[in-house]
Design a protein around this ligand. Structure first.
Ligand code: IPM
Ligand code: MN
Length: 371
């Protein structure tokens, strides 16, 4: 297969982790005889610095012209602490999601057996957790009308949803559940919000078309608690934009590090793959960022194009890295490896999975040549 991939590495640690994801994809290309052509474009704070626009037209055109987008991270503290900034890097990402019609953001959350003791949550609580979060991505409070009064003393953000917006992601969530443990949980705040009541109505109607899937409902405040009390009760979660943003960061604690969580954003035409962690500015350029979320996002890209064996190979390589503790300081504070070394190991394992000699670990992270 030949795929053209737009690479929007963005800000902070975005470029470092994206480089490792590309390396993994190139290794897959070699092993499985695929051609991946990568084309870089600007987005975020770096794009503002260079063009005064967080999403230059050329970037958007490139994304529309390629088969998939590989996204790094966006954001810079110089904007975070300035509420008056007229242009913000995040606007680039939001516009990109909207323009590409990426209405469904899929965020898998998994407790890896080898990492059960890395999470601050008890092993007995998180063991076996395997959740797929379907976050609506192009509607709700993120995109509703925004207003500040002329005195600058009152501000509002409108949370609006249409039936169609709810329907399209809900169908994806139910289809996913059919191939999993056949349960969908709608997270909302239907005891307070009108928009949540519409979600309940529409999702309940759609559920009648998927008789093999059980639907249940949970208020978002309770869901935040349930996520750390008993995450195993969740299979597929479907929820609106902001609740999904918050719940997925919370859920990342289960895996032991937010540096592990990948995501796919899909619509009817385009697709984009990005780690859920942010730009982590404190770590920029230090080689300490965990590349695994970006690498697993590349695996989701492969899955999207039905390259299941290839995606599985990336996941196996990641699991091997975790098993051998070939990880960055977030997971391995005593003996951390750099972003690049972790990426090297994973790419190398993809190409040489049989190589299981005694010095395996050293050889694959390039620390030794003695076999
Ligand atoms: C995410 C991020 C974004 C969001 C920000 C950077 C706009 O937190 O992808 O989860 O809120 O959607
Ligand atoms: Mn977020």
């Amino acid at each position: 297969m030949k795929l053209n991939i737009a690479v929007l590495a963005g800000d902070g640690i975005g470029p470092e982790v994206t480089t490792q994801a590309i390396k993994a994809l190139e290794a897959i290309g070699h092993s499985f005889n695929h051609t991946f052509i990568f084309k870089d474009a600007l987005v975020g704070a770096i794009a503002i610095d260079k063009t005064n626009n967080p999403l230059p037209d050329e970037t958007l055109d490139l994304c529309k012209d390629t088969d998939a987008v590989l996204f790094g991270a966006i954001g810079d503290p110089k904007y975070d602490n300035n509420p008056n900034a007229p242009i913000r890097p995040e606007q680039g990402l939001l516009k990109l999601r909207k323009e590409l019609g990426l209405y469904a953001n899929i965020r898998p959350v998994k407790a890896y057996d080898t990492l059960l003791d890395k999470s601050p949550l008890k092993r007995s609580i998180i063991e076996g957790t395997d959740i797929s979060i379907y976050r609506e991505l192009t509607g709700g409070i993120y995109f509703g009308k925004k207003h500040t009064n002329s005195e600058g003393t009152i501000a509002s953000d409108l949370c609006e949803y249409s039936k169609e917006e709810i329907e399209r992601i809900t169908h994806l969530a139910f289809k996913a559940a059919q191939n999993r443990r056949k349960k969908v949980t709608l997270i909302d705040k239907a005891n307070v919000l009108e928009s949540s009541r519409l979600w309940r109505k529409v999702v309940t109607e759609i559920a009648t078309q998927y008789t093999d899937v059980t639907l249940d409902f949970m208020f978002v405040d309770n869901a935040a608690m349930q996520m750390i009390l008993n995450p195993n009760q969740f299979d597929v979660i479907v929820t609106e934009n902001m609740f999904g943003d918050i719940i997925s960061d919370e859920a990342s604690v289960i895996g032991g590090s937010i540096g592990l969580l990948a995501s796919a954003s899909v619509g009817d035409t385009y697709c984009m793959f990005e780690p859920i962690h942010g730009s982590y500015p404190q770590a920029t350029g230090k080689g300490i960022a965990n590349p695994i979320a970006a690498i697993l996002s590349a695996a989701m890209l492969l899955e999207h194009f039905n390259l299941h064996q290839e995606a599985m190979m990336i996941k196996l390589a990641v699991e091997k890295a975790l098993e051998l503790n070939i990880t960055t300081s977030d997971l391995n504070p005593e003996n951390p490896l750099t972003t690049e070394k972790v990426g090297d190991f994973i790419a190398d394992y993809i190409e040489n999975p049989e190589d299981s000699n005694i010095n395996f670990e050293n050889i694959h992270v390039g620390q030794s040549t003695i076999i």
